[in-house]
Design a protein around this ligand. Structure first.
Ligand code: SAM
Length: 289
């Protein structure tokens, strides 16, 4: 098709052999740049104690690099028609287990638990399908997995939001949700030419170090995320108006709540640090009792 660069010969032969055609609706943009594949797999820093969770193995290009470096790879792929392709390419790697399912329906902790014995450590790697990047990221982060590191390829704009700090227009619910659980760092950008077929956007690889989360104490995570979402629900409004509307708290009570948390009611959500959101959420608990 116009705009799509030649797939690497190895990948092309593999897909042709199995008469496989990539599906746009599954976000299938397969990585064909060996340098990018190596850099992602190396950034995971796997060793022979590492179990790697991979979501969306596709034709297995990244899976192979992970399998070479880690003790085991557990992969989840939605597209059943990739079964013969993956069986073929992963044949030399008995340390890979592929589950065919929609990841959003999978109990991740239950799936990984049998492999998390002894001194195993857990990492997550993915070239994510861009149409459901955020739900997948939150599913992995909220599954209470003993995750050490995650290395994910996402759309460049999403990477900017993941790593953004307070003050800019990229800072929002995604930034707070990610950085509440991990320190986030953008590693490098990847042009469309590294994929087949080429996506219409630039991509970037983000590293999440879950061993270094923010030093904040949140008493009730559900309330924390309710408050964060409410605060960002109407960007142009002051915190007072946004929280009062979205949380259904009368103006005067809301003003006292925000001030008691040590925050200015006239502030905008995008200027608040994660500590300030935590203070708001913890204070809200005393309010609703
Ligand atoms: N890892 C491969 C690579 O780097 O070449 C493929 C990456 S491709 C961007 C995303 C993969 O996620 C596709 O193989 C797609 O079929 C799969 N996928 C899409 N939606 C999914 C879902 N809900 N659950 C699991 N896998 C999904």
């Amino acid at each position: 098709t116009a705009g799509e660069r030649e797939t690497s010969p190895r990948m092309r032969d593999l897909l042709q052999k199995h008469d496989f055609h990539t599906k746009k609706q599954f976000g299938q943009n397969f990585l064909i740049d060996q340098n990018v594949l190596d850099r992602i797999a190396d950034a995971v820093r796997p060793d022979d104690h590492t179990l790697v969770l991979e979501i969306g193995p596709g034709a297995g290009a990244l899976t192979v690099e992970l399998a070479r470096r880690a003790a085991k790879v557990v992969a989840i792929e939605k597209d059943e028609t990739l079964r013969p392709v993956l069986r073929d390419v992963l044949e030399p790697y008995p340390n890979v287990e592929v589950t065919f399912a929609d990841v959003l329906d999978v109990d991740l902790a239950g799936l990984l638990q049998p492999d998390l014995t002894g001194d195993r450590k857990l990492c997550f790697a993915a070239n994510l399908p861009y149409y459901i990047t955020t739900p997948i990221l939150f599913q992995v982060l909220e599954a209470n997995l003993p995750l050490e590191r995650a290395v994910v390829m996402v759309q460049k704009e999403v990477a900017d939001r993941m790593v953004a700090g307070p003050g800019g227009k990229e800072y929002g619910v995604l930034s707070v949700g990610i950085q509440y659980r991990a320190s986030a760092k953008r590693l490098f950008t990847v042009p469309p030419g590294a994929f087949a077929p080429q996506p219409g956007v630039d991509s970037a690889v983000v590293l999440l170090d879950c061993t270094q989360p923010q030093d904040v104490s949140v008493e009730d995570e559900k309330v924390f995320f309710r408050v964060v979402k409410a605060a960002f629900s109407t960007r142009r409004k002051t915190l007072l108006n946004a929280l009062s509307n979205a949380m259904g708290v009368p103006k005067d009570t809301c003003k006292a709540w925000i001030e008691d948390a040590g925050v200015r009611p006239e502030a905008r959500a995008e200027t608040l640090s994660i500590e300030q959101f935590a203070a708001l959420a913890n204070r809200y608990l005393t309010l609703s009792q």
